[in-house]
Design a binder for this molecule. Sequence first.
Ligand code: COA
Length: 307
Amino acid sequence: MGVRFTGWGIAVPERIVTNDELSQTLDTSDEWITERTGIRQRHVGGSAMSLGITAGLEAVKDAGLELSDIDFLVVATTTPDRLCPATAPMIANGMGLTCPAMDVNAACSGFMYAVRTAYGLLETGNKKILVIGTENLSRWVDWTDRNMAVLLGDGAGAAVLEYDPDGSDLLSFYLGADGSAADLLTCEHGGFFEMNGREVFRRAVRVVVDSAEKAMASAGITSSDLSLMIPHQANIRIIQAAAQRLDIDMDKAVITLDRYGNTSSSSIPLAFYDARSNGRIKPGEFALMTGFGAGMTWASAVVRWSR
Ligand code: COA
């Protein structure tokens, strides 16, 4: 059975918050944030629903489909607008979709978990699935806390996945979760994001490397076969450390965190979109998508683009 990525869309709020702007109210600096994270600015605003609607509509149009063609909507979000209902039905309603719709929360691995979920749905009879990663992280940031405020941003990215009996863009997956690390990165009800940054960093590199190696082995390739690495955009140093251990040249890594910060489950589709806009997605080439996040969760996939 095969799955094709046939359409993509993104949305980011207009308001840009630069490191210099943050430095006016926090004990931090553009120099520190840029050196330690690679982030220079982030987009802030909107809601998980509004950003998701915009990205989703673009992806369906990009796939050349009608809204009525979509069989299922899977929304990955760490920051649902409400505890209940899920964000997916509200996005579906805003887009004009009438198909089943549900949320997946796997934090920053959310998009890859949602793609994995869509794959399973396509295996069992659905034909066209819209997957959206959408985040309004700024709502859950304590803007007086320099540990978190410098890292996160808002945005959404969407992809249409279609069943194809004749071949697949998705060659392999490797997903994992370790709830014993749950307290390393949390947001309690009514609270804000809090994190043990150093420990998250250490574990992130480990799980990205491990899951990427397993996904590549399962696809029957090695890192030298890759043309592109599309990593979750949390910290440039995490990406560099993982790329080095995987023997992937940093020229192959897509980097968008300088402009968007960490947008959690939106970061991989935002990065894909950026790569495609820059002519870096080429048919027949292998790419590694890899993410990690609170939970902790992690997910890697090997893809070979057909368009
Ligand atoms: N601005 C200025 N200084 C800061 C700062 C900020 N925003 N945040 C921390 N500091 C200070 C610390 O207080 C510390 O000062 P000290 O040496 O006087 O004690 C110093 O900078 C170094 O802190 P440290 O926590 O060791 O920095 P770091 O190099 O580990 O970078 C993170 C901090 C959060 C950027 C980094 O640990 C990280 O990215 N972790 C992973 C986070 C992540 O990926 N989260 C999302 C998961 S999906």
